[in-house]
Design a binder for this molecule. Sequence first.
Ligand SMILES: [Zn+2]
Length: 83
Amino acid sequence: MSEYHDFYVARLAERSTVPTLLCGHCQSILSPKRIFANEGENRYDLPCNTIGLCSADDCGAVNCCDDAMKGAEQQRCENRVAV
Ligand SMILES: [Zn+2]
């Protein structure tokens, strides 16, 4: 049994100039400092490669950032084309 069976899926903020990830629980912005690869000693037992911890008071949700990161990559590419 995992302590972290309860997790949320981070969302990508729309229409932001810089790709921004939002907590899937409370919608606050996930600080880039709290987004990290899910590997090594700090590995969470979750089926995702990138984890984002929400720093909002009363939330502290564990977010899976895989989809949002993929979206962020796409957004970056699109921005590059637009420039
Ligand atoms: Zn949150």
